[in-house]
Design a protein around this ligand. Sequence first.
Ligand SMILES: [Fe+2]
Ligand SMILES: [Fe+2]
Length: 200
Amino acid sequence: MEKQLPKDYKIQLAFETPKEWVEAAIENFDGFLIDHADNERKASNMALSFIAKAPEKVEIIPELIDIALEELVHFKQVYKIMTKRGLSFPKEIEKDLYVNRLIKACRSGWRERFMDRLIIASIVETRGAERFRLIAENHPEPEMEAFYTMLYKSEDRHGNIFVEMALVYYEKDEVLKRLDEMVQIEAEICKNLPLNGLVH
Ligand SMILES: [Fe+2]
Ligand SMILES: [Fe+2]
């Protein structure tokens, strides 16, 4: 897949996670870890789901497989930290309101919807990177600082990759314009969700 964005490109989110969020996440770090592990599992599924949605789009399949594997490794790593701390998943995992609302904001019509789904994947990754960076910068345990530093760099990279995938199939102006719109939509969604210290 040929890259079209400049090397130092980074999606600019329109909502900055406030420090209350990181305080809540570190205070209830057990809850954060469980939610985080589940998000890594879903991220892996999401990458594979693009292949299920568009198996003919062979240009992006290798990258999607790589991301699915990388997220699965993240899941394995976070799950290991969870179990080391004596944590397990609850019987029922709560719905992800953040992702549900983003999906609701996607346009209908196959062409537009596929673009929107790639764009929200990039935004979700960028948001994850922002929040993992906050954990890395504020967690009192050096082990967690190192782990979340490694993670945010990985998620940051994913933030660009899904936009790059959209650029394989759609005009750059169209993709970047829609990305701007979706960034605003995501900011509104964030503002309306409680700051409970979970990944979203
Ligand atoms: Fe991840
Ligand atoms: Fe990721």
